[in-house]
Design a protein around this ligand. Structure first.
Ligand SMILES: [Fe+2]
Length: 243
């Protein structure tokens, strides 16, 4: 299991070193807004990704964890009616970050964003048809939907905080809370139900699935490599904005 953690931590570190994150401070305002607007379309597929995986999982315990996570996207308050969903909070943050309303309304997914979205759907569908389907599906949810999301928002936060930290008050409703509660805080080998981040909750079940079935390591690595490639390709589309 330590070997898998090491493999995963290396991918996380390589992703963190993406030139767009490294140079996010010297991008133009327009180019930074473009990242936020394209990234928004990936966020809108978050619940579809979870629903699709829930359809295909046969491991009841994994399904239960995924159900809880997806419902957190739509908080409920029985007395005063539902508050804004996480995606509505994202919209608030995007506008607080200075994206003009007109640009928000007129933005469309780029070809690269659309390709990444269809590739991740295909990855999920393919995962379910082969060996170790449950391990692969939980790996995708945890790495695509949680761990790397937290890395993305952590890196973009350096630029966001200039707008969202006001007189010591953190006004971020979406990006900051997600960079915290999605993070990998423990190695897979030490996964514990006591850790409350989404990555770690999925990590508990994932480490059980991996230990229960021999030869799952290669599946885990193949799926994480694919996720890493898609996320990297998503940010590669912004490289021209650095030159
Ligand atoms: Fe999450």
């Amino acid at each position: 299991m330590k070997e898998l953690d090491h493999f995963e931590d290396e991918l996380i570190e390589r992703f963190r070193q993406h030139p767009v994150f490294r140079d996010v401070d010297r991008m133009s305002e327009d180019a930074f807004h473009d990242i936020l607007l394209q990234r928004r379309f990936l966020s809108h597929t978050f619940t579809t990704v979870y629903d699709l995986a829930i359809d295909l999982l046969t491991d009841e315990r994994a399904v239960r964890i995924a159900r809880v996570i997806i419902r957190e996207e739509y908080p409920d308050d029985k007395s005063s009616g539902p508050p804004p969903s996480h995606r509505e909070d994202m919209k608030t943050d995007i506008l607080q970050l200075g994206v003009p309303w007109r640009r928000f309304v007129e933005s469309r997914p780029s070809a690269a964003t659309g390709q990444v979205i269809s590739d991740v759907f295909a990855l999920i569908l393919d995962a379910a048809t082969g060996d170790h389907a449950n391990t692969k599906l939980v790996t995708i949810l945890r790495f695509w939907g949680e761990i790397l999301v937290s890395v993305e928002y952590n890196e973009l936060w350096r630029r966001m905080e200039k707008h969202l930290l006001v007189n010591g008050e953190n006004r971020s409703l979406f990006y900051y809370p997600h960079l915290k509660h999605d993070a990998k805080t423990r190695p897979l080998a030490e996964a514990s139900p006591l850790s409350l981040t989404h990555s770690d909750q999925l990590g508990v079940r994932l480490s059980q699935l991996i230990s229960a079935t021999p030869d799952t390591w290669e599946s885990f690595k193949a799926v994480e490599s694919a996720v890493f490639e898609y996320k990297t390709r998503f940010y590669d589309q912004f490289l021209p904005a650095l030159s």
